[in-house]
Ligand binder design. Structure first.
Ligand code: SAH
Length: 602
């Protein structure tokens, strides 16, 4: 229950607005004296929103302050409803409450705790985008407090999940992903079992090492004092005779999952012939697992340890349980490894596969320069990345957005291929990587080399950015209103003959042309040569726009004509847009008309 304390008419009106939207969560303390009301709320409520001044509130509550983990969080809202200030218990609900109150009252949350300003990922949603669930939410508060207060925390991520960045006091430990557990296997901590080439070590809970522990694990058992996340990493494959009982399958699944957390099961998989097998459908329903089915043809392609000729003769594949567990892993986008080979009961077979997490590569365009032209999606991708790879000047442009603990791999001009390789290698090693570039990272930029090196083992996401030509176009007017071509005049990667052929084709096709990399000190003749070629097919009055450092602090912009252009002002920070034969200057704005009219109709 949130206690509301208000004494003025304005405060009461604001309190009434909160009551309207959260009728069952808030309670207005009806006492004539503000101090009494505050003290009453302190004793009886889980949180307080005070419509008294911060000073007045603090003076009344100061003698009552105890422990921040048990005191109710306090938010103060000013009379003008401009601010909701998280005054006490920021990390224990006040920051969140300040945001919630602000959303209702239309004011601004004022948050002064360090970690929130620093964009730390909150633990309750940690890994949510990877499908993690929290095994023991009661640990969130104490482990969260340790993470935020700078206490050393050990985070065990043996599966190698591409988790978000972590602050410096959290040490991530990645071991080799566990190899197949050949079952039935005696699972003694520390005792290698036949077929195991990794010795499992007992988890070091806070009980063991005195250190706070966070674990990401699909294996049973939660060390004392640890906060445990369950990744959705397991797929159960099942095969059966007609008419099998759900109970028989469930018993077999429980046996096969011994040592694993049922909370880590992502799906149940079988052959399409069994898609309507009542027992199997019932198990999926009871456990809340998605049921995935595969044809005999697909299953027969999967190589499995225990194929059966009898089964193949019956259904056309040598394996149902093992093959469908592996096929499902692959269809869910990940390589599967059998952690429990086929087990049989009278009428059913079950096998379990574990999916290997895939690293992530986000290829992020930062836009032309201005911060407000960086998209919210790009910002989110930067904050989510544990490793950011890019040209040093672009990294500097966004450094303030990166979450604490983000590893930055910055390098200089000319090292594009090296950067692309590094980004892909980090993702292949299971990291969440952002490879950044100015404008759009796919336009004359890092996306192409990166995707030449990347294979199917990583997830790739492109985050588009506003490319230079588009940024320049909106400054110049509407030069791109009809068909246009982008041509880079850099002959670093492209022989001049090829560039020249494209310029001729653009001239022939009467395209508006955007020249990227137009001119440098060493490369000064290509632009005049290109303009000469275009000039053979379009009049000297054709508008030309030059935009240097579009949307950056020192932006400049010129509209001139093909006949009058002075190329000496053009450099590598400039994009040059040459109109088509139909482009015009209208009241000082560069416009390419949208359409061609024909037969008098539009
Ligand atoms: N990926 C970038 C382009 C990289 S090629 C993008 O999508 O914008 C580099 C060339 O882009 C420069 O030589 C220049 O021609 C152009 N360019 C990039 N940013 C620019 C800006 N802010 N203003 C003008 N031109 C720019």
């Amino acid at each position: 229950m949130i206690g509301l304390v208000a004494v003025t008419a304005g405060g009461r009106a604001a309190a009434a607005s909160l009551r309207e939207v959260w009728p069952s969560d808030v309670h207005l303390i009806e006492l004539p004296n503000g101090s009494d009301a505050l003290r009453d709320a302190w004793r009886n409520c889980d949180a307080i929103v005070s419509f008294l001044a911060v000073g007045a509130t603090v003076r009344v509550l100061a003698p009552l302050l105890g422990d921040k983990t048990t005191d109710p969080p306090v938010v103060c809202v000013d009379e003008a409803r401009e601010f909701a200030v998280a005054v006490l218990g920021g990390h224990h609900g006040a920051n969140t409450l300040a945001h919630r109150v602000s959303a209702v009252l239309g004011c601004r949350p004022v948050i002064t705790t360090a970690s929130d300003q620093a964009n730390l990922t909150p633990l309750d949603s940690f890994g949510a985008d990877l499908g993690f669930t929290v095994q023991n939410p009661e640990m969130l508060a104490s482990v969260g407090a340790a993470v935020l207060s700078g206490t050393p925390v050990r985070l065990e991520n043996p599966g190698g999940w591409p988790i978000p960045p972590l602050p410096g006091n959290v040490t991530e430990v990645r071991e080799q992903a566990a190899p197949a557990r050949i079952s039935p296997a005696p699972e003694e901590w520390g005792a290698p079992s036949p077929g195991q080439d990794r010795v499992r070590v007992p988890p070091t809970g806070s009980g063991a090492g005195g250190q706070v522990l966070i674990g990401i694990s699909d294996e049973e058992g939660v060390p004392d004092g640890a906060l445990v996340y369950r990744p959705k990493s397991l797929v159960v494959g099942v095969g059966s005779a007609r008419g099998v009982a759900a109970e028989e399958i469930e018993a077999l699944i429980d046996e096969a999952l011994a040592g694993f957390s049922p909370g880590s099961v992502r799906a149940l998989a079988t052959i399409d012939l069994k898609a309507d097998e009542a027992g199997i459908v019932e198990v999926a329903r009871r456990r809340g697992w998605e049921l995935l089915t595969f044809t005999a043809e697909v299953l027969d392609q999967v190589s499995v340890p225990n194929p059966s000729t009898v089964v193949r003769a019956e259904v056309g594949t040598g394996s149902v349980a093992e093959a469908s567990a592996l096929a499902a892993s692959e269809s869910l986008g990940s390589l599967g490894l059998l952690v429990c080979e086929k087990r049989k009961s009278r009428n059913a077979t079950v096998a379990v596969a574990r999916m290997r997490p895939r690293g992530r590569l986000s290829i992020v365009g930062l836009g032309p320069g201005a911060r407000d032209l960086l998209t919210p999606r790009a910002t989110a991708a930067l904050r989510r990345a544990a490793v950011v790879v890019g040209l040093d000047q672009y990294v500097d442009q966004v450094r303030d957005l990166l979450a604490p603990g983000t590893r930055v791999v910055a390098s200089g001009l000319g090292q594009e291929e090296e950067r692309a390789r590094q980004a892909v290698a980090e993702a292949a090693a299971g990291q969440a990587v952002a490879l950044i570039g100015s404008g759009d990272a796919g336009v004359y930029a890092m996306a192409s080399p990166a995707l030449e090196f990347a294979d199917r083992s990583i997830d790739v996401e492109g985050v588009p950015g506003i490319t230079a030509a588009v940024a320049a176009s909106s400054l110049l007017g509407a030069p791109l209103g009809h068909d246009h071509a982008y041509i880079s005049l850099s002959d670093l990667h492209t022989p001049w003959q090829v560039i020249e052929r494209r310029v001729r084709a653009a001239a022939e096709g009467d395209f508006t042309v955007c020249f990227y990399n137009p001119r440098s000190r060493q490369r000064d003749w290509q632009l005049p040569e290109s303009l000469k070629i275009l000039g053979e097919r379009r009049p000297p009055e054709t508008p030309v726009g030059l935009v240097r450092n579009a949307t950056r602090a020192d932006q400049t912009m010129t509209i001139t004509t093909l006949g009058q252009l002075d190329v000496s002002v053009v450099d590598m920070f400039t994009v040059v847009i040459v109109g088509s034969s139909r482009s015009r200057t209208i009241h000082g704005r560069f416009v390419t008309p949208r359409g061609y009219r024909w037969n008098g109709s539009s």
